[in-house]
Design a protein around this ligand. Structure first.
Ligand code: F6P
Length: 523
């Protein structure tokens, strides 16, 4: 454990001075002065190229950031995590999602569960019949947050069209109703994904779907239910048989759980062998993160640049755009990973932080976002780091639109960096000012070789380690999430009030809102 507090560390103080020097610099000039800037500040690991040359860094800044990492012992902290230490120090748990992709050296429970998952998904993909003798053509996965985002991302990115179609439902309501209206209960299997088996949205959806199945199948309905949970007795209480219940362990955080049985819907959609490639891609990035020297350690370099942008250059947000349709869900998955992990305000000593903990993260799809928020990114008064994620190679038959996406992706990051001087606009006077772009807006571009399982696994593991290293740098716990749990509990206590039951109100505003609803909209 470092002896000094973060902001008193020598490297932190030197970086604060370094940040003041950056006020007078413009990236456009740095590129003009250094033709080798791309080579110097881009780095590949496990096939993923990270071009961070458009970030506001130079050799001296990087050296100071690496010195900060060394002073704070972040590499040792990552080693403790990999070794199964209780790095989740508030809940006194390990964070061993890396063990889920350790193949033959994985714990026996993990290997046993993976074997069961493979058998379960192969049977479905080979036309397993439901109770009415019909092949099961649809799988509904009910879950939210970490019990949905990663598995849906992998399924969307890598589905091969074989076997049942997998549908992801995170909340009850009209979309679920519309989905059920179009499916045949006799040929539908439902997987309830909930570590706690107490999440309101998931359980409410499960009740709706169970009733839908029961109306068609009677007491055979439970045979077409499966569950992934840390509370198997709750699943059994629903009539789900043990061979259709898959475990979740307390040493795997929800937002880090794609690699566990939470990945079952994805395995149905992409097949066991491709799921194994996903695990292998992540394992390759684990080896890189654990074994590479700091100066060539990609997750560490990206974490250091995040801390530099956040705590020294004043960027309290980061925007991420995926320029590959199969990665449409990446910003959603990343938002939960980073904001649930880094959205903390108390350090490991129990003291309130005196620096910013983690950026707000948002984003979307390229090139669609260029018809919306990129105006703000180019000409607004905010100066925010942007991240671009794309694939070098096109999927077969997609070459034309792929080239268009890459041209747009690269154009955006270049314009953000270079800007457009008034005299380059071709306009005169005030109009030139309106048409100019300031530039000097930093970005990183991450390029996968192609959208395949190994590359996606490496990318997601890269983000997991970047997040954990950022938390280690900032002395916070990346693996608990008390903030959202308070919300879950209070929502549960308010729900009866929406049906007119007497409930103690937390405050007058909530009481007023519920009264308004009660007067106007009966449930
Ligand atoms: O968002 C809070 C959270 O607890 C996540 O950590 C988790 O992934 C999600 O809610 C769903 O929780 P559960 O899997 O217990 O339903």
């Amino acid at each position: 454990m470092p002896r000094t507090s973060l902001t008193r560390s020598p490297a932190w103080r030197a970086l604060a001075a370094q940040a003041r020097n950056w006020r007078a610099l413009h990236l456009r000039d740095l590129f003009a002065a250094d033709p080798g800037r791309f080579e110097r500040y881009s780095h590949s690991a496990c096939g993923v190229l990270a071009d961070f040359s458009k970030q506001r860094i130079d050799d001296q800044t990087l050296q100071l950031l690496l010195a900060l990492a060394a002073e704070r012992g972040v590499s040792e902290r990552l080693a403790e995590q990999f070794a199964g230490k209780k790095v989740n120090f508030t809940e006194k748990r390990a964070a061993l999602h890396t063990a889920l992709r350790a193949a033959a050296s994985a714990p026996r429970d993990v290997q046993r569960t993976l074997k069961r998952m493979r058998q379960f998904s192969e049977e479905l993909r080979n036309g397993k019949h439901g109770n009415d003798g019909k092949p099961l053509r649809d799988v509904i996965s009910l879950g939210i947050g970490g019990s949905a985002l990663g598995t849906a991302l992998a399924a969307t990115a890598l589905a091969d069209g074989e076997g049942p179609q997998v549908h992801f439902v995170s909340m009850p309501g009209a979309p679920l109703k519309r989905l059920l209206a179009g499916l045949d209960p006799a040929s539908t299997l439902v997987i309830i994904q909930s570590k706690s088996f107490t999440t309101q949205e998931t359980l409410h959806s499960a009740g709706i779907v169970r009733q839908w199945l029961t109306q068609a199948l009677g007491d055979q309905a439970a045979a077409q239910l499966a569950a992934v949970t840390a509370v198997p007795e709750a699943a059994r209480a629903m009539g789900i048989s043990d061979e259709s219940i898959f475990p979740m362990w307390d040493w795997v955080g929800g937002r880090y759980s794609l690699w566990s049985a939470v990945g079952l819907p994805a395995m149905v959609a992409i097949g066991p062998s491709r799921f194994d490639e996903l695990l292998a891609g992540a394992a390759a990035m684990d080896a890189h993160a654990a074994g590479s020297a700091a100066s060539g350690n990609l997750p560490l370099l990206l974490a250091l640049i995040d801390v530099w942008n956040l705590n020294f250059l004043g960027a309290s947000s980061r925007a991420v755009f995926a320029y590959e349709p199969g990665l449409d869900l990446l910003p959603d998955w990343l938002q939960q990973l980073e904001m649930e992990s880094l959205g903390k305000r108390i350090d490991r000593r129990g003291k309130a932080l005196r620096y910013l903990s983690g950026p707000s993260l948002w984003g979307g799809r390229g090139t669609e976002a260029q018809h919306a928020c990129f105006q703000w990114l180019h000409q607004g008064t905010h100066d925010m780091p942007v991240e671009f994620v794309a694939c070098a190679a096109a999927a077969a038959g997609d070459e034309g639109s792929h080239a268009m996406r890459l041209a747009n992706c690269f154009a955006q990051s270049s314009l953000l960096m270079r800007g457009v001087h008034p005299e380059e606009t071709g306009a005169a006077g005030a109009l030139a000012a309106h048409q100019s772009l300031p530039g000097n807006r930093p970005s990183t571009t991450l390029l996968l070789p192609r959208l395949d399982a190994a590359s996606l696994g490496a990318l997601l593991a890269l983000y997991e380690h970047r997040t954990a290293l950022t938390a280690a740098l900032l002395d916070i716990n990346a693996f608990d999430q008390y903030g959202v749990e308070h919300g879950k509990r209070l929502a549960g206590s308010l729900l009866p009030a929406l049906s007119g039951e007497p409930v103690t109100m937390p405050d007058a505003s909530t009481a007023g809102l519920i009264t308004h609803v009660g007067k106007n909209f009966k449930p």
